[in-house]
Structures are given as structure tokens and as C-alpha cells.
Design a protein around this ligand. Structure first.
Ligand code: PNS
Length: 166
């Protein structure tokens, strides 16, 4: 029987409840889902180092028996090939996401024609949640509770000196 391995890539800085909603949905339709954190982000100062992002996502996805967490550098399609994945999972929250996602999906298809991009929608209640807005709201003193896992809130509070929103 064919098993389908999928990659859910992103920066996850930090992981949000919207990401987790998508992971839950992906874990139900794929045999194995690998959450892949981009290691060489162009962002100069990430909020969390990649190791901490791995820790937080690992803790938040422990309940899923078929989800693992990894990091990658360079081309996503190359990581997918190494992982023997057949699909990429991406979330679309609103039409505004579509253009960027469409371009990435077609570029990835050109680079790896056998690798299929699958789009899923997170729950409506997370349709406005993004890592960028979470960082901004937190930096300006607003509450992000209920929008990110409790561990992320704790780690954000524990950080000394909040790096910029770059
Ligand atoms: O969290 P993001 O910014 O939505 O994630 C974007 C990500 C990591 C999926 C994308 O930037 C990516 O795949 N980067 C790896 C480099 C690559 O393969 N670029 C070509 C993609 S078309």
C-alpha cells in the first residue's frame, strides 16, 4: 500500500495556533507529516533561534503519532527529496495569501514535477493570525494568548530584550 509523506514548511517564528490547526488537519490525511523549519531565514534577527522553534513545535505536536519536526537549508524541494516526501502542505488563510503561494507552488513544481503542493484552510478563527502579527502585538505589549500555544507565550515572556520585528 502507498504511504504518503508530506512536508509542512515554514519559518514558524513563532508557531501559531493556526499552524497547529493545519498540522492537525494534515496529520489526518497524510500518513506522515514533517514540519520543516527553514534554517537560513533571510530575517536578520529571528525572534527564536531555530533550535528553540524545533523544541516548541515538538512539544506542541507530541499528541500526534505521525508528525515529526526537522530543519532545512537551501531548496525546499531538495529537502523533500531527501525525506522521500510526495507532497508539500501549505495553508491559505485568505485570498491575499494566494498569489505568493501560487508562485511558490508553480516554482516548486518546475523544480520537482512529482512533488505535489496541497493547500488546506485553517479554521476561520485563525484566518487573521500570522507569526509577523504575533511578534508585533507582543512587542507592543498586547496579549497573544489563545493565538499561540501556552509554551510560546511563556517563552516569549521569558525572553530578555525583544529583538526587532525584522
Ligand atoms: O513561513 P513562510 O515564510 O511562509 O515559509 C516560506 C518557505 C520557508 C516555505 C519558503 O520561503 C521556502 O520554501 N524557502 C526555502 C527556499 C526555497 O526552496 N525557495 C524556493 C521556493 S519557490
Amino acid at each position: 500500500m502507498n504511504t504518503v509523506r508530506a512536508i509542512y514548511p515554514g519559518s514558524f517564528d513563532p508557531v501559531t495556533n493556526g499552524h497547529l490547526d493545519l498540522i492537525a488537519r494534515g496529520s489526518r490525511i497524510f500518513d506522515h507529516l514533517i514540519v520543516a523549519i527553514l534554517n537560513n531565514s533571510e530575517k536578520q534577527t529571528p525572534l527564536f533561534p531555530v533550535e528553540e522553534r524545533v523544541e516548541m513545535i515538538t512539544a506542541a505536536t507530541r499528541e500526534f503519532g505521525n508528525v515529526s519536526v526537522g530543519t532545512f537549508d537551501g531548496l525546499l524541494v531538495e529537502f523533500a527529496r531527501q525525506q522521500q516526501a510526495q507532497a508539500l502542505l501549505r495553508g491559505i488563510r485568505a485570498i491575499s495569501d494566494y498569489e505568493y503561494e501560487f508562485q511558490m507552488a508553480l516554482m516548486n513544481r518546475r523544480l520537482a514535477p512529482q512533488l505535489e503542493t496541497v493547500f488546506m484552510m485553517p479554521a476561520e478563527k485563525y484566518s487573521y493570525v500570522s507569526s509577523r502579527l504575533i511578534r508585533e502585538v507582543f512587542r507592543l505589549g498586547g496579549s497573544v494568548e489563545g493565538l499561540v500555544p501556552p509554551l510560546v507565550v511563556e517563552r516569549m515572556r521569558a525572553r530578555n530584550g525583544f529583538p526587532g520585528d525584522s
